[in-house]
Design a protein around this ligand. Structure first.
Ligand SMILES: *[C@@H]1O[C@H](CO)[C@@H](O)[C@H](O)[C@H]1NC(C)=O
Ligand SMILES: *[C@@H]1O[C@H](CO)[C@@H](O)[C@H](O)[C@H]1NC(C)=O
Ligand SMILES: *[C@@H]1O[C@H](CO)[C@@H](O)[C@H](O)[C@H]1NC(C)=O
Length: 429
């Protein structure tokens, strides 16, 4: 976090008459002023001065009047009025009233993913924004501004498919499952993967560094534990803490806006889940097919299916000695899929067109344009290798699903190469 603190000087027409009181409708005299330099936050989580809230990142919202949208973390019971201050190169600053929209999904936690919207003439020309509790100039020049992203609306994209994986935390060190998933994703046509990193285990760290060097992986630092007591779970009554699941709802939304004009589609799923086409050889062909039959759809929901890590394939065909010392789950050994349960709905994850989504939760979007389509299970589903949900079932009561094996010829050497480049596997000749 680098802060550049510099002077703020008001131009020839002098100080506007700043009030320390917030006013509901701002007098015109507040509408514009000049600053020489501002403090720009380079952190991914920025506390709002003199408050309990945080701002994360800011974007031009081309779909809504070119307003400014600030992804934020708001303490729901401590709402206070804010002013937006938006500037073009720290000159030509303007005030506007901030509208706070707390997302409807907060799972009972005190802090919630939120949008703060700044509306007014000239938002589209601004390149930095801050929130302030008052108009006092000495307060403003010690306030941290965020750079405003997505200033240009684009119609062609660097990537076709980006995966947004929220929140790596604890000592998570499941290398084998992660490397297999990454290499499968590459074979399926994913060009970019984003992970929000609070912390991870030592071996996974080496693998992440490898993928970062390779260029496919973008790691967003997510030091949420330095600001709040993040919950390791999703249910406040059970898990406690300030914020749902290390801020998963915040990072999923942030990821959508961060890549809105960089990628055609975004896959929103967890680190141990693979959105797998079953009738197409890759995601491109899947989406061409789905989209041509559902032209107005921007949100494709994909059913989650559990492959218990406790049930192993009998012949140990993919229990390779090379991987004996690699920590984590070998997903190729877990081909038994739990059947649907009566009256229990399979949760979904999503493939979205980010330009049609305004707010998302984990299993569905909260605000979007266009329609939502539930993708049939036989066309595409999630391969989710994890602890069982129906541990009483025998192998015979589960389905055999070897879809992952279809990729073995390329997958095995690619996984070995990634492990070697990470320094996790000796080079064998
Ligand atoms: C701020 O801007 C004014 C007018 O442009 C200039 O006279 C002054 O030297 C600047 N101050 C700093 C610290 O850059
Ligand atoms: C993830 O975050 C931890 C804690 O800040 C840091 O030590 C580690 O280097 C990060 N890993 C990567 C790959 O960025
Ligand atoms: C959260 O856990 C509590 C206690 O087990 C339970 O009563 C409640 O239904 C759970 N919340 C949801 C949304 O499932």
């Amino acid at each position: 976090l680098a802060l550049i603190v510099l002077f703020v000087i008001i131009h020839h027409f002098g100080f506007p008459e700043f009030n320390t009181e917030y006013e509901d409708s701002l007098p015109a005299m507040y509408s514009s002023f000049k600053m020489n330099k501002s403090i720009v936050s380079l952190s991914s989580i920025t506390p709002i001065k003199n408050s309990e809230h945080f701002i994360v990142s800011a974007f031009i919202e081309h779909r809504i009047n070119k307003d400014i949208r600030i992804i934020s973390i708001i303490k729901r019971q401590s709402l206070q009025p804010y002013l937006c201050i938006f500037c073009n190169n720290a000159h030509d600053c303007k005030f506007a009233k901030a509208e706070i929209e707390i997302h409807s999904d907060n799972f009972g936690f005190p802090f919630g993913a939120s949008d703060v919207m700044c509306q007014g003439d000239g938002t589209e020309n601004a390149n930095q924004v801050a929130l302030s509790i008052n108009t006092d100039i000495s307060h403003i020049y010690t306030t941290q501004f965020l750079p405003i992203k997505n200033r240009v609306e684009k119609y062609s994209f660097k990537y076709s498919f980006t995966v947004c994986i929220s929140n790596l935390f604890g000592k998570y060190n499941n290398v084998l499952q992660f490397v297999q998933s990454m290499e499968l994703y590459k074979l399926l046509g994913v060009q970019h993967v984003v992970i929000y990193n609070t912390s991870c285990g030592p071996d996974l760290e080496k693998l992440l560094q490898h993928y970062k060097r390779e260029g496919i992986l973008e790691i967003v630092p997510w030091p949420i534990d330095q600001f709040l007591n993040p919950s390791p779970g999703w249910n406040f009554t059970v898990h406690g803490g300030d914020l749902h699941y290390y801020g998963q709802l915040v990072t999923l939304n942030e990821c959508i806006y961060r890549h809105m004009y960089q990628t055609e589609y975004i896959l929103l799923n967890d680190i141990d889940e693979i959105i797998m086409p079953y009738k197409h050889i890759n995601l491109q062909l899947l989406m061409e097919d789905l989209q041509s039959n559902n032209k107005d759809v921007g949100v494709f929901r994909i059913e989650n299916h559990i492959f218990p890590k406790t049930k192993f394939e009998d012949n140990h065909r993919f229990r390779r000695p090379e991987w004996g010392n690699i920590p984590g789950i070998n997903i190729m050994e877990h081909i038994y899929r739990e059947p649907d349960r009566k009256n229990i709905y399979n949760p979904t994850k999503m493939i979205i067109n980010p330009r049609m989504v305004m707010q998302t939760s984990v299993h569905s979007t909260l605000k979007h344009s266009g329609n939502v389509y539930l993708v049939p299970f036989d066309v595409c589903r999630i391969v989710h290798v994890r602890s069982p949900l129906q541990s009483h079932l025998s192998k015979n009561e589960c389905f055999v699903d070897t879809r992952v094996w279809d990729f073995k010829d390329k997958l095995l050497p690619n996984v070995d190469r990634a492990l070697q480049s990470s320094g996790l596997l000796q080079i064998l000749d």
